[in-house]
Design a protein around this ligand. Structure first.
Ligand code: C5P
Length: 286
């Protein structure tokens, strides 16, 4: 059996104060895109979990979120684990701020629940998702959503205009923990309202959408990774392109409404930067 595990982009990320539990309160607008990993899985009768992956940075043991999702599923569904083998064909770079590991785990959970005739309710699935991470719940449905809390509280789904992304990978495995630890919250600065972006995503021009994109983790991210800062300055300065960071990095992205424009810019940037660049589009999970 096979499924597609999409990446996400944070079109809006406003991190606020650190809470008593160590997490930061935040507001974020996330969108799934048609760039992602392919996962092949099978049920066997050896009672164990095994994971294979083409990317050496991905752990193949119980620390992998996919492994944890499988264990949670059988435990909560009160079904004995027959044995599951999983092969992850990774395209989403690790530590890119694109939610690769979270997507893999949650789409695995969704695939298992569907295969076993939905023993788990939406609430149970949500609880498992929240036990696995902060940007995990979003992958239960995907699409375009506003989330709050530590990133696990769904607030509103948006019917967004289709967008085209150019993703630029600096080749850095960004540590979310480190970027958050470097983040300084300015209490005196009022936060932007994500409803402007939500409105523009429904009916605005590309220019208006781009002007409403926010990520206040950007300074903390480029402060942690000097090479990323150089690349960011090169694209936004020398190349004069509007470029953004997804989540806690390291992927950078530019936004288009026409694929042709994205193809043109991909060609231009590939000539000047020795980086992997891919084109992706807004994606709805099935
Ligand atoms: O929960 P998740 O594994 O996605 O988060 C990784 C790390 O990012 C956390 O351990 C925490 O240091 C930081 N984080 C945070 N506030 C959030 C989400 C993540 O401080 N809302």
């Amino acid at each position: 059996m096979k499924f597609f595990s999409p990446a996400k982009i944070n079109l809006f990320l406003w991190v606020k104060e650190k809470r008593k539990d160590g997490y930061h309160e935040l507001e974020t607008v996330m969108q799934t895109i048609d760039f992602g990993d392919e996962i092949e899985w099978n049920i066997h009768d050896r009672g164990q979990i095994s994971i294979e992956c083409n990317c050496p940075e991905v752990p193949l043991d119980s620390s992998n979120l996919v492994w944890k999702a499988i264990e949670f599923f059988f435990q909560e569904a009160r079904i004995s684990n027959p044995g599951i083998s999983v092969r992850i064909n990774k395209k989403i770079p690790v530590g890119a701020g694109l939610g690769g590991g979270s997507s893999n785990a949650i789409r695995m959970l969704v695939a298992l629940n569907r295969h076993f005739n939905c023993p788990l309710s939406e609430t149970q699935m949500g609880l498992i998702a929240n036990a696995l991470g902060s940007d995990t719940h979003f992958f239960l449905k995907g699409g375009t959503w506003l989330y709050r809390g530590r990133g696990e509280i769904p607030v509103q789904e948006i019917d967004a205009v289709p967008l085209v992304y150019l993703l630029i990978f600096p080749g850095i495995n960004s540590s979310t923990k480190m970027v958050y630890s470097r983040f300084i919250f300015d209490l005196t600065k009022p936060g932007p309202d994500p409803s402007l972006l939500l409105l523009k995503l429904k009916q605005g021009s590309l220019k208006e959408i781009k002007n409403a994109i926010v990520n206040n983790l950007t300074d903390a991210f480029v402060g942690c990774y000097h090479d990323a800062e150089e690349l960011f300055i090169k694209i936004s300065g020398e190349e004069k392109k509007q470029v953004f960071v997804s989540g806690s990095g390291s992927a950078l992205f530019c936004l288009f409404d026409k694929e042709q424009e994205a193809i043109k810019m991909k060609g231009e940037l590939e000539k000047r930067l020795n980086k992997t660049i891919v084109i992706a589009r807004t994606y709805q999970c099935s």
